[in-house]
Design a protein around this ligand. Sequence first.
Ligand SMILES: [Cu+2]
Length: 174
Amino acid sequence: MKTFVHDPRRRLLLSAGGGLLLSAVLIHRAGAADEIEIAMSGTPSGSRVWFRPRGLLIRPGQTVRWINREAGNVHTTTAYHPANGKPLRIPTAAAPWDSGFLMPKESFAITLDVPGVYDYFCRPHEQAGMVGRIVVGEADASVRPYADTDAQLPAAALAGFPDVARILKGSPIE
Ligand SMILES: [Cu+2]
């Protein structure tokens, strides 16, 4: 329930009393039981930006929702895919996504069904290393995925992908 702690509705309801909080919890569970949040955030000055977690393991069919948790910066979540002008770094059978610019508090969700490794980035901040990696189901931990396209990515982006073996251990990687 870590994502829920950051929900601004909860803070409001907490101050309004326990009864209201209980109903908020029930609504949350009914509406987003299987969604996993990835926050888009950064330092107030914008000097550092990130997806959190940037490394995530999910089951096929789970939904991931990116939310812009900043007050004054826009972000995107964009799959590394030729449709987005980038090399392919998601499973070949998977559909690409591009959220477009998300203003503060806006969000974008997708459901990932095809097992494998998904690399994605933020359009305005790829050069600053704002990237993430999701492993859906199983993946080969012994190979470095998409190594053939590494040279086409900014160094800061490449440095941002957690190792698949580390993601497969199961704990979200900040
Ligand atoms: Cu960004």
